[in-house]
Design a protein around this ligand. Sequence first.
Ligand code: GLU
Length: 304
Amino acid sequence: MDYQPVLDRIHAALQPVIGQGKVASYIPELANVAADQFGMAVVDVAGNVYAVGDAGKRFSIQSISKLFALTLAFQREGDSLWTRVGREPSGNPFNSLVQLERENGIPRNPFINAGALVITDMLASRSVNAAQSLVDFVRKLAGVADITYNTRVAQSEISTSSRNAAMAHFMKSFGNLHNKVGEVLHAYCHHCAIEMSCVELARAVGFLANHGVNPWNGETVVDPSSAKRLSALMLTCGTYDAAGDFAYRVGLPAKSGVGGGIVAILPGECGICVWSPALEESGNSHAGSLALEMFTSLTRRSIF
Ligand code: GLU
């Protein structure tokens, strides 16, 4: 399918709402990003690229990194991963501490901060440099050699990460964090500070659209059943505490980040990424959510 006319239509229709909402400011470096930007890209599994607006501009992927970290950990640990993190929506904000005490330091899912810290801990146990190992993994997934993290953003996040540190210490007290809290936070903040464009992100999730096989080099990233499971988690837990509403409106597995990016997958067809930094209350990009909703309405393609 030629997605270009669809993207052009979405871009034109959303002009009045681009910039509406709030740019994340709790990480000081992110507060400096101009709100009125918008990009969207679709990359189909044959490698055709459709793009509009700022689709080539790199931005802070933030929590989208949780999808890649989970994939890498799942590749290494398999199902034993689920003894340390759950797979249910949390019904709480992404950085909430409240459930951890009641649930013995086992986070609800890998896409909230506590869950991603446990996943990062798993990566740290198996690599000398957990920050770089994720960068290398993402480079391979996207087929782009110069993807890297923004050190300023990572430092900015490390210096304001009291809440994530509290979660990590808390989980350590339950025995669910094996490495030093400082090391895990360092890697986690660098993962969040990776910068990629919409085109690169739409390519990087190509393996999920392609049932676990990286379309750009033919390598199996995960088996088809694992690709299904990762996508299911995106649908139920990938867009903060608004995942139910997002599934209702959009109908695609997706993962968002507070940098304003959202990746989504149309299984068997394509990877999609939209970026617009101004966020809704839920933490999802406002224009981005609307763009994906329009995408599935106009193309009549979703998982339902
Ligand atoms: N680095 C952010 C944090 O830990 C990620 C938040 C997000 O994108 O959801 O707070």
